[in-house]
Design a protein around this ligand. Sequence first.
Ligand code: GLU
Length: 349
Amino acid sequence: MKIRVRFAPSPTGPLHIGGLRTALINYLYARKNNGVFILRVEDTDLNRYVKGSENYIRDALRWCGMTPDEGPETGGPKGPYRQSERRDIYKKHIDRLISSGAAYYAFDLPNELSDARLNAEKKGETFRYCSKNRLKFKNSLTFDESETKKALEEDHVIRLKIEPGKEVRVFDEIRGYISVSTNLLDDKILMKSDGMPTYHFANVVDDKLMKISTVIRGEEWLPSLPLHKLIYDAFGWETPKFMHLPLILKPKGKGKLSKRDGYEEGYPVFPLQWDKNTFGFREMGFLAEAMINYLSLLGWNRGNDEELFSLKELEKIFNAKGIQKGGARFDYEKALWINHQHIARTNTK
Ligand code: GLU
């Protein structure tokens, strides 16, 4: 099977080095396996869209020398590669799930749902719109045909109808099997009231239609994996392989490396400058190759103590078996040391 991987950022601001590390692992996996590296822009969340981010992502990938084989600029056989340009595709696919009964329309108003949420909280329960209570709400399961037709003229969403009492089991190449009971899941929204798909729905449809063989992304998406599996199942589709990369942790203490850590401690967490307050590795005097080398070591190793690699070398030696499960601590001193080594190498060439 042809290896096809995708880097699928959302244009919600500058690309954090965690995102760039995901791009790098996808890129290396594609190059090592004679595969295809795809850039897909996930811009369906209109509220979080930040102008200029897509250009930033493109410039960052270009600076690093990771040119996509298919993407919004390059084009390719499975385009368009910007989700906002794929609305008719999502519409066609959601109609399939509505017809098969795997999804349903829901007409509840935001205040009705927040009341239901508050009531549940008062009883110390977590509110979930699911098999237990969906027949108490306004949706195409409780409305007759003419009521549904009328309600469709107003704002509405489309939800996945999740059957209770089942175990969803999915395999992750790094973590092994994960499994969750459908009793713990809610009937997630697949299409929003603005007519845009949610991340989950668009992501699954696109991975399928773009023939993605392996989904490589950050660990923060692991909790969504059972839901994604249920969407694949609803269509009767096989899932691709999945690899969830370990988080990049703060240099000290608990939690993920954040933008704030960079501001407070004076080190970059972005590849390039974004605005006057956000400097990048490039502006701090890093060679792209050194930054890439450092990022490759965040959660991966070659199986020995070698640590200095050019991008071309990484393309040859990369092996996904070297990806670790545990989070990788960000260490700016080490990044500086690696940069120093690369500069010394360049000077002696
Ligand atoms: N758009 C998601 C993000 O920006 C992509 C997650 C995925 O790769 O599935 O993190």
